[in-house]
Ligand binder design. Sequence first.
Ligand code: SF4
Length: 227
Amino acid sequence: MQITEIFKSIQGESTHAGLPCVFVRFTGCNLRCSWCDSEYTFAGGHRMSHEEVIEEVERLSPGGGLVEITGGEPMLQEREAIPLMQHLLDEGYMVMLETSGERPLHRVPKGVVKIVDVKCPNSGEPDTFFMENLEVLGREDEIKFVLSDRTDYEFARDFAGRHQLASRVNAVLFSPAFSKDASGDRDTSHCLLDPRELAEWMLADNVAARLGLQIHKFIWDPAMKGV
Ligand code: SF4
């Protein structure tokens, strides 16, 4: 499989934020989100065998723990990613899959926690969500909307309500987009949408969703890779 990096850090998003986690970052993505902070995954990387990836995960987190399969878009290499996730589950790891939502997810092994994006209008990749994925999401999974303005917020609010997402999954996440060129200061001035404004909208509309901040951006320089 083509891998950009494997590293250990703190999980920055989802209901598992704050936990130590090994990230296996696959190379390549078929989308081009306007605020993407992972453009360095679009090309390059290096070939690794199934065994080499397992070995590296075990070295970084011996005996279990949290592993996130991410990218880029890992499901573009599903022939390799699916057996990898199953092997990690069998070894006792808790496995999360971070995916754009554009790829079909019905072959993802049971037991994997799926963190699935629904791309909003101003992401540059609207209408890419594979709607049949709603049927394969379960109570352990999470749906994430990355928001850059009021238009995105209203889309997410209405989508979540229309499809009753809160009753389908463990969490519906509304997360302000972070400026992809941000570096230096670690504060909310880099958010494209002010979290306070988003919180006020969510409270006013009584939205059944959780406000999520990418905590790794506030711990390390937002421009840093491998964290
Ligand atoms: S799906 Fe993810 S990796 Fe691909 S362009 Fe969008 S944010 Fe970047």
